[in-house]
Design a binder for this molecule. Structure first.
Ligand code: ZN
Length: 374
């Protein structure tokens, strides 16, 4: 069954109504700022907007333009994220500005989606202002941020702001179940591992590699308390290998895409695809490490809600035996200390500490809490 592209979004009637109307009445703004919490569907909405602009039927969801924009493989849809350690690079922004002024390849428009635009700062931001204010007529820029206050006022003031509301967990779960046929428990666990981001949860359920990685993380957490130091180091290494393994799935999908396209591609277009593939692999690797953190965090939260006598709030039902055992002895301050270890690991990785070191330190800290849980 095919869906109209706007059906990918749930719980955003106002934001989507606004965007649909803009497309249908030909009043699409040249620059949008999509603001809303993680998992509210900002990126899916940006992709849907691109479909609607590329498609002859305002986003039918079934034509080649819609299918490719949705899959992120349309040459006129550019998904951009910060290439620097903590922010967008000036060189990166200059390259984009140059690209913005080239004609679209296939579609009547080009769409640039900037993820995490709170990280567009100082020089890089200044370099982009003029383009943001007056892009070519066939260009639409969509900036994405979790929090309006993170975005520089000079950037935000040049955009039409569209706000996305948090999606109720029940709504998100229902959509994941509808799209994947997963059980309630599986959908819940996948959403917890994906920080509530619906497309990521759906992809996880469809990826054997990512499901294995999740199981491996839970396996280590269950055994953590009895491991010695050497075991912990080995476990950290094994987990990182496990979360990176699904990269092979991405690689094989990419090889298929290139094979399919090779016959009618010019050399330039092929190298663009290769560049995009490289970015996708880096993003997948980063996402794998994030998932490791998110699964760990949700498992610890499960221990905490069990300790507080609310088992109905447990997200990882398949690990409930171990959680229940720990919950009997776990104090709230101890649980919070363990959760802090995850937060520290996340920020270390954001600031370029090696994932291996960050994960090792996190596992040792959690182990200490689990050994002395009162
Ligand atoms: Zn279409």
């Amino acid at each position: 069954m095919t869906h109209c592209v706007w059906d990918d979004l749930v719980g955003q009637r106002r934001a989507i109504g606004h965007l649909r109307r803009a497309v249908e009445t030909g009043t699409v703004s040249h620059a949008y700022l999509f603001v809303g919490p993680t998992g509210s569907g900002k990126k899916s909405a940006a992709r849907a907007l691109a479909c609607a602009l590329f498609c002859a039927a305002d986003g039918c969801g079934a034509c080649p333009a819609c299918r490719r924009a949705r899959a992120g493989t349309h040459p006129d849809l550019h998904m951009v994220s910060p290439e620097g350690v903590a922010e967008y690079l000036i060189a990166q922004v200059r390259e984009i500005i140059h690209d913005v002024h080239l004609k679209p390849i296939e579609a009547p428009y080009k769409v640039y989606v900037f993820d995490d635009v709170g990280r567009l700062k100082s020089e890089a931001a200044n370099a982009f202002l003029k383009t943001l204010e007056e892009p070519p007529a066939d260009v639409v820029v969509v900036l994405i941020a979790d929090d309006y206050d993170d975005v520089l006022p000079t950037i935000a003031s040049r955009c039409q702001v569209v706000r996305f509301a948090p999606v109720a967990t029940g709504t998100a779960r229902a959509l994941v179940i509808e799209r994947t046929g997963a059980s309630e428990g599986e959908a819940r666990a996948a959403l917890a591992a994906a920080d509530g981001v619906i497309p990521r949860a759906i992809d996880l359920l469809r990826s054997p590699g990512r499901r294995n990685a999740r199981a491996a993380i839970l396996g280590v957490l269950k055994r953590l308390v009895v491991m010695d130091g050497h075991d912990v180091l080995l476990a950290a290494r094994a987990l990182l290998a496990e979360v990176r393994a699904p990269v092979e799935e991405v690689k094989s999908a990419q090889a298929d895409e290139l094979d399919e396209a090779r016959d009618f591609l010019t050399r330039g277009a092929a190298s663009d695809i290769e560049k995009r593939h490289k970015r996708e692999l880096t993003a997948r690797e980063r996402e794998g490490v994030t998932e490791l953190m998110s699964v760990t965090e949700s498992w610890l939260r499960d221990c905490l809600v069990m300790a507080r006598g609310a088992p109905e709030l447990v997200d990882n039902a398949d690990a409930a035996d171990a959680t229940a055992e720990i919950a009997v002895v776990l104090s709230v301050p101890a649980a919070i200390k363990a959760l802090d270890a995850v937060r520290t690991a996340r920020s270390r990785i954001a600031y370029n500490v090696s994932p291996q070191l960050a994960v090792e330190a996190m596992l040792f800290d959690i182990q200490e809490v689990l050994r002395c849980p009162r």
